[in-house]
Structures are given as structure tokens and as C-alpha cells.
Design a protein. Sequence first.
Length: 214
Amino acid sequence: MRSRFDQQLALLNQEMIEMGALCEEAIATAAKALTEGSREMAAKVAPLERDIDQKERDIESRCLKLLLQQQPVARDLRQISAALKMVTDMERIGDQAEDIAEIAVHLEDCADQCGHIREMAENTIRMVTESVDAYVKRDVTLAQQVIAYDDVVDECFDREKRRLMELIVRNPEEGGCALDLLMVAKYFERIGDHAANIAEWVIFSVTGVLKSVE
């Protein structure tokens, strides 16, 4: 019985990795659509977001079967319940990547104004990757590093916000473009928050201690 349970947990881990990879691809594709002003690239994000939604449903189903058909001990129960919480954050990451792609379609002429947004995209992809790795490896130290790295994303957002405000002051005609880019930067900042939430759930799954999850 335990060996079958362990097999199901291994499959759960694999599905979590796959969902994380889809999130990473969605973020990277949306960022590329924005920085290259590519409608074709932007159109690739919606199918990825649908795949993320489906993966969320698959993982939820597996978790519920594990809870109902098995009798998980406390550590296993935390791992399963953490996965259920984590996929909600990953699904929201997919939504926000799609939101970025939708804005990118209207910013073809603003690709050279992206400022720190490319850096924010790279940082948030790193956070998502490492938060899922921390879950699979049950690595509290790595999860704590992800949480700390959210400050880097927040700082980058603050710099980008100041830059765009200065752009509006200098060139009011660029106001529409700047406001759209500010919205994009905010979406990336929120993706960082979701990745930090995932890391908090990782820590809970290992230690049983839950701090602040937004």
C-alpha cells in the first residue's frame, strides 16, 4: 500500500514540475512578445494558459484521490495540501502571463521602452523554477531564497515605475505606452508574489509552519 502511495506522490511531483515548466514558458513567451513587439509570439501564450488550467485540474484530481483513497500521515498530508495551494498560485501566474501577452499586442511600437521589464521576467522565471524545485526536493533553504528574492523583483518594479513616471513627465505623448508598460511591470511583480507564496507552502509542507501567504 505504501509503495503505491509513494508512486502516486512521485507522479504528483512530476506533474508539479510540468506545470511549473508551463508557467516558465508562458512568462518567457509573454516577455518575448512584449520586448520584440511580436503578435505571433503573444498568440502562443493563450494555449499555454489553457494547458496550465488543465494541469491544475489534473493535479487537484490526483491530490483528492490521494486524500480519499489513502491514509496519509501528517508529513504526506502537508505535502498534498501544499500542492493544492501551490497550483492555485501557478494558475494565477498563467493568467497574468496571458494578461501581459494581451497588452503586448497593443505595444508593438513600444518594444524599445521596456526598461527593466526584461529583467523582471528573468527574475520571476527563476523564482518559479526554484520554488517548484524546492517542493520536489523538500528544500527549505531554497524556498527561503526564493522568498528573499522577491525583494529583488519588488525593487526592480519600483525602479521601472519611477522610470515610466519620468517618461510621462518628459514626453506626455508617450503616456499611453508608459501606463501599459507600468501595468505589465505590475503583473510581473505579482508573479513574483505568487512564486514567493509557492515557496511559503513548500516550507509548510516540510516543517508544518506557515508564515504569511498572500
